[in-house]
Design a protein around this ligand. Structure first.
Ligand SMILES: C[S@@+](CC[C@H](N)C(=O)[O-])C[C@H]1O[C@@H](n2cnc3c(N)ncnc32)[C@H](O)[C@@H]1O
Length: 309
């Protein structure tokens, strides 16, 4: 999970910083990413050793100071032995990676980059998404699981769906394309908000997809739009658990939620947090180590009428 941006053709050389860290240091890993993010043109995190370790890669335009990187790692109490800093050969990495990204079929969805010049396969719903500064090209197993669960609801179009943590907007676009309904897309990262707006326009879905910046469910506009009858949130397990009460509050009775960003081994705790609020699990999809869950909030119970004496 991460972000990447395209440097200009005449930009200074690219330098790559990389390090592998133990998953138990997650708070420090996130702090490291936050500290690297302002200077980095790309930040990527890859899972290793079945989630026991994470590899962090940051790309810089020009050479970052070795001394500052080292003191940053020390200040966060992270391992300082196994990290590397190297100059990458002069190539347009982003253009190359985009060119290499083949189009992708997930159920009825056909996801392709702007370099795809071929036809859309018959019966498929096309989504044009380029690799860029926001997360969500459809290649990650969590996004795949969410797309499959969205499609599983094809016959029951929601009136009011929300995509929380929209990244590139891929899931919001998929819902707008599948059902032709208005979708609210929100993210706490301004880059993701910008990219989702661009992707909505490029896919001809601007009239259907409204995009806003929101930390969780905090944005006033999001609150006004609630309750939603479908909330899709592909974030990480911890924030999903913390946001469970907000999700339950913003979901209409009988509404559904699709949650991902959690490892299979984290299903138990994510489900427990939501079951405690009355939601029940209707389906799940597993890809690699990742899980996507379909939950449902019970319909409001009719009040029991008291008989008049
Ligand atoms: C894993 S990406 C998912 C992107 C896309 N929805 C997908 O499925 O491919 C998670 C996104 O959630 C956003 N995010 C993380 N925590 C959030 C929060 N508390 N409120 C809103 N957005 C959040 C991140 O900025 C990121 O864009």
């Amino acid at each position: 999970m991460g972000k990447s941006a395209a440097p200009a053709a005449d930009a200074p050389p690219l330098w790559q910083f990389r390090i592998e860290l133990a998953a138990r240091d997650m708070a420090a890993i996130e702090a490291l990413e936050q500290a690297l993010e302002p200077q980095a043109v790309a930040l990527l995190r890859f899972e290793r050793a079945k989630g026991k370790r994470w590899r962090i890669e940051a790309l810089f335009l020009g050479k970052p100071e070795r001394r500052r990187l080292l003191s940053l790692l020390r200040s966060l109490g992270l391992e300082t032995r196994a990290w590397q800093l190297e100059r990458l050969p002069d190539r347009d990495w982003v253009a190359e990676s985009q060119a290499k990204l083949p189009s992708l079929k997930v159920g009825r969805f056909f996801i392709h980059g702007s370099h795809h010049k071929g036809a859309v396969p018959r019966g498929k719903l096309a989504l044009e998404i380029d690799a860029g500064i926001a997360f969500g090209t459809g290649r990650h197993q969590t996004t795949r699981g969410c797309l499959e669960l969205i499609e599983s609801l094809a016959a029951t179009p929601p009136g009011r769906p929300l995509d929380l943590g929209c990244g590139t907007g891929i899931l919001a676009l998929a819902m707008a394309r599948l059902w032709g309904v208005r979708v609210l897309a929100a993210d706490n990262d301004p880059d993701a908000v910008k990219v989702t707006k661009e992707n909505a326009a490029r896919n001809g879905l601007k009239p259907l997809v409204r995009v806003l910046r929101s930390e969780g469910y905090e944005a006033a506009l999001l609150k006004r739009a609630a309750p939603f009858d479908l909330i899709v949130a592909n974030i990480l397990a911890r924030p999903l658990i913390e946001m469970a009460p907000d999700l339950a509050r913003h979901l209409a009775p009988g509404g559904r939620a699709i949650l991902s960003g959690l490892l299979i081994e984290q299903e138990g705790e994510v489900l427990a947090a939501h079951r405690a609020l009355g939601l029940r699990c209707e389906a799940r999809r597993h890809h690699g180590d990742w899980s996507a869950l379909l939950l449902r909030k019970p319909k409001a119970r009719r009040g029991v009428r008291k008989r008049r004496a």
